[in-house]
Design a protein around this ligand. Structure first.
Ligand code: KG4
Length: 339
């Protein structure tokens, strides 16, 4: 099934062509540099930039994928969760094209797509994996750990009660005036820093049985520390970045470890991971080490482009879990859940 997929959930205008789980093209136009001066995503600017770029990314995705709107079998689009006025651009475009070219329309959940992104270009994994499996989405908008009973059936094992992991990294980077999107920039600074230079509180340490992720306390402690350390030298910034990232990841790993211990009788031995923060080398290492400890097979998207927001994962998810919607009925749902 050849799918033209569209995603405009936040600040990336994305289109892709997929054939079953194979990625034929994956075009992402990032607006990040335009949002830098605001220190985060400015919704009205995101909407305008999606409007300006949507036709361009679709044309490029079709050309690179060597097909046309006449030859794709259907159109898939992210309907949520995400920024309402950003989602609207993709949903309206998909609806318009579905009507004009008489193609079926598939509505896709963005978080589900992050969870299933390791299946992209991995037909073997799709056919060999035995359910249930674990799924982890660590992005700018979501931090959620689930049990995947089968594709389309998700059970929440833990989720954030305040910020998402990526959001917390972005905010820490902003406190250090490092720019946006902060997670990737912070990672670069951590390479020169000592993660043990400052002592920051690991969230809910000793209370992992609560099965939540929370970053608000850590963020406040970091703010106070940054204020205390001012004026900031380069060396201090390196050490602050490394210390924050280390504790933020340590919290995630501790909660996962608790759940792995708790759920071992289920014999779930695969973990699918997706979302922008998955691009982080240190997080990958920590997840690899944890999975090794529990004899769990870790599956991460094959390219960094598939970790952050992209439309190839939308096409793959539309193929694996097609939710057909008549064009007259499709609508965005900024708070869409996966359960
Ligand atoms: O998946 P994504 O592109 O958007 C959402 O669906 O939310 O994730 C964006 C998040 C941002 O918070 C960004 O700072 C973070 O992923 N991120 C990273 C890295 N690259 C992107 N965080 C840590 N290390 C990275 N290398």
């Amino acid at each position: 099934m050849k799918i033209l997929a569209i995603d405009t959930s936040c600040d990336e205008t994305a289109a892709a062509v997929t054939e079953n789980t194979k990625v034929l093209s994956n075009v992402v136009w990032s607006q990040a540099s335009a949002h830098t001066k605001f220190g985060g995503v400015m919704p009205s600017l995101a909407q305008r930039m999606h409007e300006e770029r949507i036709d361009w990314v679709i044309k490029k995705a079709l050309n690179t994928g060597h097909c046309s709107l006449d030859t794709v079998d259907c159109i898939a689009v992210t309907i949520g969760p995400g920024l309402s006025i950003a989602l609207k651009i993709g949903v309206n475009k998909a609806k318009e094209l579905a009507i004009e070219y008489k193609k079926p329309l598939i509505a896709v959940n963005h978080v589900e797509a992050h969870l299933l992104s390791p299946f992209a270009n991995n037909e073997y994994l799709v056919s060999s994996i035995k359910y249930p499996v674990y799924g982890l989405c660590v992005s700018g908008g979501n931090t959620i750990f689930v049990k995947i009973n089968k594709i389309g059936s998700y059970e929440i094992l833990a989720q954030t009660v305040d910020d998402a992991l990526g959001e917390a990294l972005d905010k820490a980077a902003r406190m250090l005036w490092l720019g946006y999107p902060g997670g990737a920039i912070l990672e670069k600074f951590t390479k020169f820093g000592n993660s043990k230079a400052y002592s920051l509180p690991i969230p809910i340490v000793g209370q992992e049985k609560r099965k939540i992720f929370t970053y608000s306390g850590l963020k406040s402690a970091f703010y106070r520390l940054v204020e205390k350390e001012k004026p900031l030298t380069k060396e201090k910034i390196y050490n602050l970045a490394a210390s924050f990232q280390n504790v933020a990841f340590e919290h995630l790993i501790r909660v996962l470890r608790f759940i792995f211990t708790d759920h071992r009788p289920l014999n779930t031995d695969h973990l699918l991971v997706g979302g922008g923060v998955t691009a982080n080398i240190e997080l990958r290492k920590k997840l690899r080490d944890l999975c090794k400890e529990y004899d769990i097979k870790l599956h991460i998207p094959y390219s960094k482009k598939l970790c952050g927001d992209n439309a190839a994962m939308i096409g793959v998810t539309a193929f694996l879990n097609p939710k057909y919607v008549p064009p007259s009925k499709i609508d965005r749902n900024p708070n869409l859940k996966i359960f």
